[in-house]
Design a protein around this ligand. Structure first.
Ligand code: FES
Length: 117
């Protein structure tokens, strides 16, 4: 797990540093904990960076232990699959995985999270 404490406030959104682009391998699931509050998984897939909450909506298992598919993540515990664009679950429609925006600046990946106060 990567622990990065640096972030920039961006209105009511928070912008977190998720490391350099060059530190990512295609399909590698990287986990972060930001502000000791947000558990996030980031993955590079087909030159795009995708970020989502690193906790399965079912029983909070880390999705970084799951299996990456074509624009999906499958939980390792019960096999539920989540769409990485919408967060939709293939089994339980009410279980939506929070998806976060990413931003590339200066060869660095940032995750944008709406503050959940
Ligand atoms: S804990 Fe993830 S599908 Fe059950």
């Amino acid at each position: 797990m990567n622990l990065l404490c640096c972030h920039l406030s961006w209105g009511e959104q928070m912008k977190y540093n998720a490391g350099l682009i060059d530190e990512y391998e295609e399909g590698q699931l990287k986990s972060f904990r930001f502000d000791d509050k947000y558990s996030v998984c980031v993955v590079k897939q087909h030159t795009q960076f995708k970020a989502f909450r690193n906790a399965c909506p079912h029983q909070f298992v880390p999705l970084s232990d799951g299996f990456l598919g074509e624009n999906t993540i499958t939980c390792c515990l019960h096999g539920w699959k989540f769409d990485l664009e919408t967060g939709a679950c293939d089994v339980a429609p009410k279980m939506v995985l929070p998806i976060y925006s990413t931003l590339i600046e200066d060869n660095t990946v940032f995750v944008i999270i709406e503050d959940e106060k």
